[in-house]
Design a protein around this ligand. Structure first.
Ligand SMILES: [Zn+2]
Length: 389
């Protein structure tokens, strides 16, 4: 199956530019044994660039797979760095859009951490929609959860703000999804949309291949995201990069006429084409460097662990599964402990495991946490060589 048309603008002017063979199709489902982990199906990824709107997507993405209902663990709220970020952005939104005491809704709320935080901070009501929500994870009486995919019938739920964090990159029919939300807002012209997603331009600039994995089918830049929002009937109020430029944030409201408001950070199609050309040459170097490094560690009998589970570790390890240099992956999310990484078959451990294991090298999957993680390691009396992506 190869998608011939751009899911954002419909154009068939798509150029393929990067392929990953045999990527596990799941990153975050919970798997209880090594055998089960190694049985997770694998499929190829081919990133395609739309020459009309600048959108990048996996042309080979299989839209028939159910990704989110089988024990999906994506909580990041166990990190202090992350919680500080989330609290900051919540307070900012509450003030900017006068959300005190109001109802807000979140599409793709996961286990409900963000909607819970927002509802505590704005002292209002919160609605969360996600098939992966798990009963009992949140106890706040001001929250209501719908354990389902967002659909037409949720359009009746009124809210002052609709947030959607780290969800759009999992959706193949991006235009259709934004149009569905837009349709529900015909009588709610003042409802604010707040979306947060990873941004592809940084991935291309630093060849962050660990941020490319099967569960993400849609890869937005500031330019392609803005063009999609405008074409789906929104006026963009703010568009910016956050979290060390890893994430893209967009704030918008329904527009009656096609909005023409453009933002400084929207790159042109030509700029993105040039970026992709540069990525194509540099990515081979980057992959070879890591391959050499891991081979060296393996040959010298070093104990190497990856810190930071989830999709980035799958994205990273997929490329070096043959070297088999890493025995464990550490994550601070207690719900992941003892599970095995889909497709990779390595086991998740709690950080305290490293005290006895005493690794020679730790590869940190997200450089944002380098300081926090280094501190934890030193507190345990462990002083490995540290690599941070
Ligand atoms: Zn397009």
């Amino acid at each position: 199956m190869e998608h011939q048309n751009c899911p954002c603008c419909g154009s068939d002017q798509i150029t393929g530019f990067f392929t990953i063979k045999n990527a596990p199709i799941f990153s975050l489902v919970t798997v209880k044994s090594k055998e089960e982990a190694l049985k997770v199906p694998r499929k190829d990824i081919e990133l395609g660039f739309c020459n009309q709107c600048g959108f990048i997507f996996n042309r080979l993405f299989d839209t028939t797979i159910d990704y989110f209902t089988g024990g999906y663990e994506d909580q990041q709220g166990f990190s202090k760095t992350f919680m500080e970020y989330l609290t900051g952005i919540s307070n900012e939104l509450i003030e900017k859009y006068d959300l005190k005491g109001k109802t807000t809704l979140e599409i793709g709320c996961g286990k409900g951490d963000f909607i819970n935080l927002l509802t505590e901070l704005n002292q209002g009501q919160g609605i969360g929609i996600d098939p992966a929500y798990e009963e009992g994870r949140q106890v706040n009486p001001n929250l209501t959860f719908y354990k389902e995919f967002y659909n037409e019938k949720h359009g009746d739920l009124k809210a002052s703000m609709i947030s959607c964090r780290h969800t759009l990159e999992h959706i193949h029919n991006t235009y259709e999804f934004l149009s569905l939300i837009r349709k529900s807002l015909d009588n709610s012209p003042s409802t604010i949309l707040f979306f947060e997603i990873p941004q592809i331009s940084r991935i291309l600039d630093i060849q962050a291949f660990w941020d490319i994995y099967y569960e993400h089918c849609s890869y937005f830049s500031a330019g392609s995201l803005a063009r999609l929002f405008r074409s789906a009937g929104y006026e963009i109020l703010d568009l910016r990069l956050v979290y060390s430029d890893q994430y893209l944030v967009i704030e918008a409201k329904p527009a009656n006429e096609t909005s023409t408001t453009e933002f400084e950070i929207e790159e042109t199609i030509e700029e993105q084409q040039a970026r992709i050309e540069s990525f194509k040459t540099k990515i081979e170097e980057q992959l070879n460097d890591w391959r050499n490094k891991l081979n060296m560690l393996k040959e010298n009998g070093k104990k190497v662990v990856v810190w930071g589970g989830g999709s980035k570790s799958v994205g990273f390890l997929t490329n070096f599964a043959d070297i088999d240099a890493i025995d464990y992956v550490v994550d601070i999310n207690p719900h992941m402990e003892g599970n095995f990484i889909p497709g990779i078959g390595k086991q998740y451990k709690q950080p305290s495991f490293l005290k006895d294991y005493n690794p020679d090298a730790v590869i940190i999957m997200n450089g944002v946490y380098k300081e926090e993680i280094t501190k934890s390691l030193h507190e345990m009396g462990v002083y490995p060589e540290i690599f941070a992506l």
